[in-house]
Design a protein. Structure first.
Length: 87
């Protein structure tokens, strides 16, 4: 998870794998056993920013390693509320 320009960057698919691992028991009664199902449900709640063309996923490049990450941008206030957003 990274904070970028007032938004939280949630790296995909790792954020959904982690959620599945940490919430497995809570998801069992809902019969959700696939990270892609969690990702679809996340997209349905519309907390994330979409690109101009409507795409859900953004790309972020690490300047040092040049590695490209894919993820969702969620306004920091949706995650942190009134709390101070980490720099």
């Amino acid at each position: 998870v990274y904070v970028i320009a007032g938004a939280v960057f949630l790296k995909t698919p790792s954020i959904f794998h982690r959620f599945m691992a940490e919430q497995r028991e809570a998801l069992r009664p809902l019969k959700i056993d696939n990270w892609r199902d969690v990702q679809r449900q996340f997209e349905k709640i519309n907390l994330h920013r979409r690109q101009r063309g409507g795409a859900n996923v953004y790309q972020c490049r690490n300047r040092e390693s040049q590695k490209v990450y894919h993820g969702y941008l969620v306004p920091a206030k949706e995650i942190y509320g009134a709390a101070t957003v980490p720099a």
